[in-house]
Design a protein. Sequence first.
Length: 79
Amino acid sequence: TERSCADASYLLKMVAEKGNWGKVNREAYSLFKAQEYHKAFALYLRAANAGYEVAQCNVAWMIDKGLPDGALPPGCDRE
């Protein structure tokens, strides 16, 4: 078969996102539903920093909504 870097990258991404980061994301969601916003944010941020796109979107959404209050380091603005 013909080699394709694009296909290989896509498949690697799919496999990587189904691993432990999926578990971290599910735990973060459970914490979010329990209104444990600081803990959920910390887990989402950890997964986001590892490149997990769903977590990146969740972190961005939480920042946009101001959840959790005070989670951003001093000097960082939501705008």
